[in-house]
Design a protein around this ligand. Structure first.
Ligand code: THU
Length: 126
């Protein structure tokens, strides 16, 4: 699967975002080491701290289906700046695959690519 195809899946997933509070829809497409892709969107809640980001939705879908090794994640938002994962999502993904690739897109589909270890060096472990 190409980067563009994975980003396209992330964009499609953003259409399912439940965002009555922020109106900021995010989609993610998480590629596992066997090629399986799990998508996710952000799901907000009136108790704002209970909101789940698109990346963690995708990650929980994957782990709950028995997948724990990830190669890439594409993140899409219709925004002016690159949609990079929040700190909690960086730590959450690093739990499983600290060396995975992170594709961050913005409106129009242009994207930048990082290693997760660049975005979150020195992850918390014990
Ligand atoms: N959000 C994500 O889903 N992923 C990100 O990478 C950044 C933020 C969501 C959380 C909230 O629903 C909305 O975007 C605004 O913060």
């Amino acid at each position: 699967m190409t980067d563009k195809e994975l980003l396209s899946m992330a964009k499609s997933a953003s259409l399912n975002a439940y965002v009555p509070y922020s109106r900021f829809a995010v989609g993610a497409a998480l590629e596992c080491d066997d090629g399986t892709v799990f998508t996710g969107c952000n799901v907000e809640n009136a108790a704002l701290g209970s909101t789940i980001c698109a990346e963690r939705t995708a990650c929980c879908k994957a782990v709950s289906e028995g997948h724990r090794s990830f190669v890439r994640i594409a993140i899409y938002a219709d925004s002016q700046s690159w949609c990079t994962p929040c700190g909690a999502c960086r730590q959450f993904l690093a739990e499983f695959s600290p060396d995975m690739e992170v594709l961050c897109a913005k409106s129009g589909g242009r994207y930048v690519s990082y290693k997760l270890s660049e975005l979150l060096p020195h992850i918390f472990e014990y």
